[in-house]
Structures are given as C-alpha cells and as structure tokens.
Design a protein around this ligand. Structure first.
Ligand code: 5RP
Length: 218
C-alpha cells in the first residue's frame, strides 16, 4: 500500500463521520481531495459544505455540492481535514497547503474536527514539519526576527500568496513543548494572521491509515 492508497483509505473511512442532512466542513490538501472525490457518492446526504480554500471549493462545485459562505451557516457538526503532523492528543501542525487561516476559522466554527492522515503524520511532539505562519506582508521582517528568537530557521514561501492575499513564513527547527502556550503567544504577535499550530482547536478524532487498516484515536 503506497501513501496515496492510505490517503484514499482514510478518506473512505471519513465518510462514516458525515452527519446526513447537515452542512459539512471540508478542509484542504491531497488527502481531502480524495475525500471530495468520494463525497460524490454521498451527495444526497450533504445539503451543502463550507470550504477552507478556493481549491476545495472548485472541487466541491465540480461534483455538485453547493459551497456556502461561513457567514450564512449556523451549525457545522463536523469538519474533516488533513494535517501535516498530529499528536495522539489531537494537536496538529497544518498549513502545508497554505490554507491554515480558513482551516482554523472553520475548525473553530465546527462542533467536531475529524483529522484524516496516513501513519507518516502521527508524531509524539510537533516541530519536525516546518511551521507555516500566515502574516500581513508589512510584518515579514518583524515576524522573521521573532521566529529566529524562538530558535527556528524561518524562510518566506516563494511565489505564494494565500487565498487571503498574505504571505507564509515556514520555520524549521522549532521545539514546541507546550503547543497551547506556543499557539497563544505566536498568534498574539502583531502581524501574525495565524500560525499552523492547532492546539486551541485540536482534532476530536484522528483517523490514521496504516497498511493494516484505518485506526481511530479519540
Ligand atoms: C493545508 C493543510 C493540509 O491539511 C495539510 O497540508 C495536509 O495535506 P495533505 O493531505 O496533502 O498531506 O493543512 O493547508
């Protein structure tokens, strides 16, 4: 089983998380792309979706699932998304695809976050994956210095703007011992839109694809 087979398998397992008749929160990335393909089978159960990126919106539209503005939706029971790293406690690093801000907003607006990953993403501690931070462009140098002071090696993502028109700084080498405190202090810095540490909005359930099947961590 290669990594794509595992992503497809965990995406299929996530279909059981859909609440029929309710708006579904849909994330971004290659694992979610497999999920969106499969959602075509469940179109009658999904009156609409809220999407975390223009890319996912396009794919949802292509299979005939209406995409609604978050402001027009009152209740999202489940948000399904991938991660770049996730701990068994549900803390994640996200934003490899650059959609971290909208992802965090929808995670915060949803009752439950179901994280879908292959086994390579499961870690004991966050920090091996370079941490994405979405920033207001005029604060690039300021935030870069601050990330260096935290012990990281920051670089601005080349030729990339988020769906919100901002830049992303990716930082290697950070040691994130306390993800909640780390997220609270970094997101409080002026110029930071949000960071890819998801500890204040953790996953409630993690579905992990392995060559032997999909495991559930609650
Ligand atoms: C996008 C994300 C993705 O969920 C994360 O990068 C994982 O992506 P993939 O499923 O392609 O490995 O946070 O901003």
């Amino acid at each position: 089983m290669n990594q794509d087979d595992m992503k497809r398998a965990v995406a299929r397992a996530a279909l059981d998380e859909i609440v029929p008749g309710a708006i579904l929160g849909v994330g971004t990335g290659s694992t979610v792309n497999f999920l969106i393909e499969l959602l075509a089978e469940r179109r009658d159960d999904i009156p609409g979706a809220v999407s975390s990126s223009e890319a996912s919106t396009e794919r949802l539209n292509a299979i005939g699932i209406p995409v609604l503005e978050l402001n027009a939706v009152e209740h999202i029971p489940v948000y399904i998304d991938g991660a770049d790293e996730v701990t068994p406690q549900g803390c994640m690093t996200k934003g490899g695809g650059g959609a971290l801000t909208r992802e965090k907003i929808i995670a915060s607006a949803s009752d439950r976050f179901v994280c879908i990953v292959d086994q390579s993403k499961l870690v004991d501690r966050l920090g091996a994956f370079p941490l994405p931070v979405e920033i207001i462009p005029m604060a690039e140098a300021l935030i870069t210095r601050s990330l260096r002071k935290r012990g990281g090696r920051p670089t601005t993502r080349k030729d990339f703007l988020t769906d919100n028109g901002n830049r992303i700084i990716d930082t290697q080498g950070l040691t994130i011992k306390d993800p909640v405190a780390f997220e609270q202090t970094l997101t409080a810095e002026p110029g930071v839109v949000t960071c890819g540490t998801f500890a204040l909005t953790p996953a409630h359930r993690i579905l992990v694809a392995t060559p032997d099947g999909t495991q559930t961590i609650d």
